[in-house]
Design a binder for this molecule. Structure first.
Ligand code: FES
Length: 119
């Protein structure tokens, strides 16, 4: 099995039985990208990689981080993130509580590299 082969469950594997590698998440329109493992929120993963996304409460209630999932899928560990059924249907996600389930593309016009973020 080659390094980027699918492990059979949709996750990428290194082929050696080691822990699956994280999902790749790209942010449009900036083109910034980061890796996100299943056990961290997209917001946490972005921050670790130096990608600043809007945020405030970090618990799925304020909607400051609201953005659109263009490709891929996410799951929520909290029972009812602050999104209506219609918003979910339209692809809206809350990165502070959303965990990647696949490679993904999100649309967040306010994303920026941490080094470019105002202090
Ligand atoms: S930061 Fe408040 S809902 Fe995501």
């Amino acid at each position: 099995m080659k390094p980027d082969d699918d492990a059979g469950d949709g996750r990428r594997s290194d082929g050696g039985g080691a822990r699956p590698r994280p999902w790749r998440v790209r942010v449009e329109p900036s083109g910034l990208a980061f890796d996100a493992s299943a056990d961290e929120s997209l917001l946490e993963a972005a921050e670790k990689a130096g990608v600043e996304l809007p945020s405030s409460c970090r618990n799925g209630t304020c909607r400051t981080c609201l953005c659109t999932l263009l490709e891929g899928s996410v799951r929520y560990l909290i029972a009812w993130p602050g999104l209506s059924a219609e918003e979910k249907q339209e692809g809206c996600i809350l990165p502070c509580v959303a965990h990647a389930q696949s490679d993904a593309v999100i649309e967040q016009p306010w994303a920026m590299a941490a080094s470019a973020a105002p202090r």
